[in-house]
Ligand binder design. Structure first.
Ligand SMILES: [Zn+2]
Ligand SMILES: [Zn+2]
Length: 117
């Protein structure tokens, strides 16, 4: 995510949202060690802004919890892989469970503690 792309996102959001407030800590611009952290944080923030709550349509609908326990394809033992994500709206507290976020309902036995300890 560079600043040109961020500007594009800002313009895009501005057309959809009447009120948009973007805050930047300019001091961080002069601190190169923080740049990478900020880049990651900005990317996360942008994707968070882009997802709106299905109920109140306010941006910021995001994953607040990840549930492990995707079943092993061979033995059915719950693995450490993600079974579902819980999304929660910071505004109206609407929650949504997204099952199998990685589009698979079973985990490969190679990641299973039972089959492949
Ligand atoms: Zn909401
Ligand atoms: Zn297994």
């Amino acid at each position: 995510m560079d600043f040109v792309k961020l500007n594009d996102v800002y313009e895009l959001l501005k057309t959809d949202n009447q009120a948009l407030y973007v805050e930047t800590d300019m001091r961080a611009m002069y601190n190169p060690t923080r740049m990478e952290v900020i880049k990651t944080a900005t990317t996360k923030l942008v994707s968070k802004i882009m997802s709106c709550c299905p109920q109140c349509e306010i941006p910021g609908f995001d994953v607040t919890k990840a549930n492990k326990g995707l079943a092993c394809n061979l033995c059915g033992f719950p693995t450490n892989s993600i079974l579902s994500y819980i999304y929660e709206c910071q505004h109206c507290n609407f929650t949504k469970t997204e099952m199998y976020p990685h589009n698979k309902q079973f985990e490969d036995p190679m990641y299973c503690d039972n089959c492949n300890p």
